[in-house]
Ligand binder design. Structure first.
Ligand code: FAD
Length: 405
């Protein structure tokens, strides 16, 4: 049986960063990354942006070139999926029944796309965007597609809609809630992106519940509650992910919607850590609520905390969350978490397509959403990280730079 001092399961952002940081911090023992995709670790954000648009070749998405992993002696066990964990025997077993032993285990498995639960969810022509394979399959069907339906008005659905419009496809976007981005942003930002997508020709429906996907073998329509059927021959579903934690929870790890970790990203199982989209953690930027964050920043920073801990350094995960999204020529940059805000201030006029929204809770700044406004993003970070309480009237005044506050 193969055995590694540190075995990382999941060859994504967190898995790659953990191995990179371990070598950087001087870990001399053996490291392996075991992942179910065929590819070396690659960047996921471009999948719904430049890669879907055909503007970036896959090789440019690789987090590191093949030689990097070889030079640092990081074994890549790819195309293998872990299905069980034995924390007492310190082994994992893959789908083919092959066991691999570990000294420490890093669980970095991200999540798999949530599927629709209605009839027709598995018809041909229904796609998700999580992996390179997903996008390659979608892209292969695109030239023939005459009418695309995107289900889900979160970042991935909106980014996909923007690319599909750029490629000239008619797009209907269907969101169940009464506004897009409802879970991650305030109404001003939602309204701005809704207007923008409509201006770009997206037929955007909010408060629209999907009752069924229709079609014989291939999807031919989306039936909404209320009876309307939207004709379509290609559906992109972007309704969130389910964290990939079943085998860890089966092995006795604490968790639910993710695997629970402490400030050092330790799970409740001995010598088992977790990072990234699958890690349920207490986050000080979410007022100490238990959350899972789905961002490159969170994956990288948690992975680095694990690498530090495993190399005997003091580390705590408390980095301020940041995120970005590109749609059309708009670049959104976010710092902090706006959930739970009780007030917001708009800086600048959304009609100019360059503005920021500052979110406050009990007078303190907890997050910023900046659209084509990198200056506010850079200068406003401190407002969030230091929890400052500027006067909202001054905050709204674009003549006052945020760094002056
Ligand atoms: P992943 O990168 O998903 O890696 C997990 C890996 O583990 C995957 O390869 C998975 O197949 C594998 N795996 C799962 N289960 C097993 C198993 N049992 N055995 C072996 N391998 C397994 N974030 C941003 O900050 N900005 C963005 O603009 C942005 N855009 C995005 C666009 C898209 C289309 C997507 C899908 C995500 C985007 N994200 C963005 C989110 C970001 O990509 C994720 O937060 C990040 O990839 C999380 O890293 P991770 O390592 O936790 O998971």
């Amino acid at each position: 049986m193969q055995h590694f001092d540190i075995l990382i399961v999941g060859a994504g952002h967190a898995g790659a960063q953990c191995a990179i940081a371990l070598r950087q911090y001087g870990h001399a023992g053996s490291i392996a990354i075991l992942g179910d995709e065929a590819e070396l670790p690659y960047e996921r954000p471009p999948l719904s942006k430049e890669y879907l648009a055909g503007d970036k070749a896959f090789e440019r998405l690789l987090i590191r070139q093949p030689a990097f992993w070889a030079e640092r002696n990081v074994a890549m066990l790819l195309g293998r999926r872990v299905v069980s964990v034995d924390p007492a025997g310190k082994t994992v077993t893959d789908l083919g029944g092959v066991a691999v032993g570990y000294g420490s285990l890093v669980w970095a498995t991200g999540g798999s796309p949530r599927r629709l639960s209605c009839a027709g969810y598995d018809l041909a022509g229904v796609h998700a965007i999580r992996t390179r394979a997903d996008v390659d399959k979608l892209a292969a069907e695109l030239p023939e597609a005459k009418q695309v339906a995107v289900i889900g008005g979160g970042y991935i659905g909106l980014e996909a809609a923007a690319v599909l419009r750029k490629l000239g496809k008619p797009v209907v976007l269907i969101e169940a809630l009464d506004r897009v981005l409802a879970r991650v942003a305030g109404p001003v930002l939602s309204g701005f992106f809704e207007d923008e997508h409509r201006r770009q020709g997206v037929d955007l429906r909010t408060g629209a519940l999907v009752e069924a996907l229709e079609g014989d073998a291939r999807v031919s329509g989306v039936r909404l509650q209320g009876g309307e059927t939207i004709a379509t021959d290609l559906v992109v579903v972007g309704i969130g992910i389910l964290p990939e934690v079943a085998s860890l929870l089966d092995a006795g790890a604490t968790g639910g919607n993710g695997v629970a970790v402490d400030r050092q990203c330790r799970t409740s199982l001995p010598d088992v850590f977790a990072a990234g989209d699958c890690a349920l953690h207490v986050n000080r930027w979410a007022q100490d609520a238990l959350v899972r964050l789905e961002s490159v920043q969170n994956a990288n920073d948690q992975a680095s905390v694990i690498a530090k801990t495993l190399t005997g350094q003091e580390a705590r995960y408390e980095a301020a969350p940041w995120f970005w999204s590109n749609q059309y020529d708009l670049r959104l940059q976010t710092i902090g978490l706006s959930a739970g805000h009780d007030a917001s201030v708009v800086r600048g006029d959304p009609a100019t397509r360059s503005f920021s929204v500052v979110y406050l809770k009990q007078g303190r700044v907890i997050a910023l959403d900046c659209v084509n406004m990198t200056r506010d993003y850079v200068q406003g970070k401190r407002l969030v990280t230091e929890g400052l309480s500027p006067d909202p009237i001054v905050l709204a005044d674009t003549a006052v730079a945020l760094k002056e506050l």
